[in-house]
Design a protein around this ligand. Structure first.
Ligand code: SR1
Ligand code: MG
Length: 399
């Protein structure tokens, strides 16, 4: 049962008044508007606006999934998110929202007001092009990858951090939704009749299945860094002027493989490119297909910049750096494929694809699955080839 009170727009002012850390930031008497702005699957989010100044954002976790109250899930995800947000703020300042307050009993955290930012997925869907975001995210992943790893923390602190950061229930959601359900018969899967052959060709390919099995094993066992764990384009807030990028929504964070965060971005770039090509916006698609390279280059550059400060350089020489980067890149290709494919087969779809008309959606999904298969099974996958596969699936759709 649920032993704490769920916030509503009506109860938020009294809640703020009762929290010293929030009262220090905003005057509850000057609250002008409270909006429920949560658009994710899991939690409720309230944007609290204040007369004449920045407000705050409150995020509360229920003991179930917001979009499916029959699906129980620990509300402790809120505390986990707050803890990770603080740690990511330490290693990647300016790239995540500032944490203002943590209420463990009420499963509420408070972060800075970023209402002058927009969720990146929405901007990508509109064909809007903000330069620099993909590189910012590569830097963010690199700072987390280095700063929370053995390289940044050393052996003892890394072990303590791994032990303190287990997140089994949220990891299980990813294990099921990303790596398992799309590859079996499952009630969560929704497949358009015209895509049935595409899904069968993808999920039935033995090479795909082996690659996905290995990716799941890596996800479950490679405790490299305190990764974001759900770094899709809906987990990124951006502002053009002045330029700002913030990765948010870190409730899925745990000690996992760094390539999972890079791959989440890559997979979502594939979905955004598929949309752009479906809408015959070749210019936008070409721009989106440059993003994987931008994220990767920035990741590699930042990680390499941090490398001289690593623990134990006696053992971790430059050959280790080269091999590490190559493995993260290979991991990212497989994870990117898994993340793109799950959004067009299983539970939790994305607006990039779902807001297309059915004929376009069928072709976009076909292109996404061909791309995912390429990323999973080619010895040297490229985003040029992904672009070709998407374009082929979407060419001549009007005829
Ligand atoms: C219960 S739905 C969970 C999904 O939403 C999140 O955004 C994650 O991607 C997760 O797989
Ligand atoms: Mg989320």
């Amino acid at each position: 049962g649920q032993s704490y009170e769920l916030l509503t727009a009506e109860t938020v002012p009294a809640y703020v008044a009762g929290r010293p850390a929030l009262r220090a930031r905003i005057d509850p008497a000057r609250i002008t508007r409270i909006r429920e702005v949560g658009d994710g699957n899991m939690n409720t989010v309230f944007a609290v606006e204040v007369d004449g100044g920045p407000g705050v954002v409150l995020k509360q976790s229920m003991p179930y999934v917001r979009v499916d109250p029959d699906w129980p899930i620990t509300p402790d995800r809120n505390r986990i998110e707050a803890t990770v947000l603080a740690e990511h703020g330490r290693v990647a300042p300016g790239l995540v929202p500032e944490l203002y307050d943590v209420d463990e009993a009420g499963h509420v955290l408070a972060i800075e007001d970023l209402s002058d930012h927009r969720v990146w997925r929405g901007l990508l869907n509109e064909g809007r092009r903000y330069d620099g975001v993909a590189a910012d995210l590569g830097r963010y992943v690199a700072r987390v990858a280095f700063g929370t790893s053995v390289f940044g923390l050393g052996a003892e602190a890394h072990k303590a951090a791994v032990a303190a950061s287990v997140n089994p229930e949220l990891c299980e959601i990813t294990e099921d939704l990303v790596f398992t359900e799309p590859y079996i018969e499952h009630e969560h899967n929704k497949i358009l009749p015209a895509n049935e052959a595409d899904v069968a060709a993808y999920a039935g390919d033995p090479a795909v299945r082996t690659a996905i099995g290995l990716a799941k094993l890596a996800f479950m066992t490679h405790a490299e860094a305190l990764i974001h764990g759900d770094l899709h384009t809906g987990s990124v807030l951006v502002r053009d002027t002045p330029h700002s990028t913030r990765a948010f929504d870190v409730e899925f964070a745990f000690y996992g493989p760094v390539g999972f965060d890079i791959g989440a971005l890559w997979g979502n770039y594939v979905l955004a490119a598929a949309r752009a090509l479906a809408l015959e916006d070749e210019e936008h698609a070409a721009w989106v297909l440059e993003l994987p390279g931008q994220t990767w280059e920035a990741f590699q550059e930042e990680f390499t910049r941090l490398w001289p400060g690593r623990e134990d350089p006696r053992v971790y020489g430059d050959g280790v750096l080269d091999a590490y980067l190559a493995r993260v890149q290979a991991d990212a290709a497989a994870f990117g494929a898994a993340k793109a494919a799950r959004r067009v087969i299983g539970f939790s779809r994305v607006t990039d694809i779902e807001t297309l008309g059915e004929d376009l959606r069928v072709r976009a999904i076909r292109g996404v699955l061909h791309s995912a298969r390429h990323l999973l099974t080619s010895a040297a996958p490229t985003f040029d080839r992904v672009g070709e596969l998407l374009a082929d699936a979407l060419s001549g759709w009007r005829s």
